[in-house]
Design a protein around this ligand. Structure first.
Ligand SMILES: [Zn+2]
Length: 146
């Protein structure tokens, strides 16, 4: 993790997740898949929890899902986040396989602020679609209502 902008950002050089971030840079939401038993897993890890294979492939997803859960953080938070609190953080279950879940923020567009949506309007089960925002050299997945 780095925090140059004040945002927590992933290490793009970390080999297990690097293909995921290469995908987001292309505008693709990927999921790690076991090359042996084909089971999908998220977050990425070096070994399949099902068959213990270390061979992986990456599959492109639809980028569509539903809100599985969400929170509205309030201070005390890291300074860059305290400035924009309260905001939302959501967990999205993937349309193709709801056991695959991604964390992000619900926004109105790729460059929207993480506090621009009234949290009282967020509902479990709402359909969402991924968008990507470039922060420094990272393309962060975020979510808009479908
Ligand atoms: Zn496997």
């Amino acid at each position: 993790m780095t925090m140059e902008s004040g945002w927590l950002l992933p290490d793009l050089e970390e080999s297990t997740a690097a293909p995921f971030w290469e995908g987001t840079a292309r505008g693709e939401l990927l999921v790690q898949s076991c090359a042996s038993c084909k089971q999908w897993r998220m977050p990425p890890r070096p070994m399949c929890p099902s068959c213990r294979s270390t061979e992986v492939t990456w599959e492109r997803t639809s980028g569509r899902g539903r809100i599985w859960s969400y929170i509205v953080p309030h201070p005390p938070l890291l300074p860059a986040y305290a400035e924009v609190a309260p905001y939302n953080a959501i967990i999205v279950e993937l349309e193709e396989l709801p056991a695959i879940r991604y964390a992000g923020n619900l926004v109105t567009g790729a460059d929207g602020a993480i506090n621009e949506i009234d949290p009282s309007t967020i509902e479990i089960g709402q359909p969402v679609t991924v968008v990507f925002r470039e922060v420094e050299d990272v393309f962060l997945p975020r979510w808009v209502r479908s």
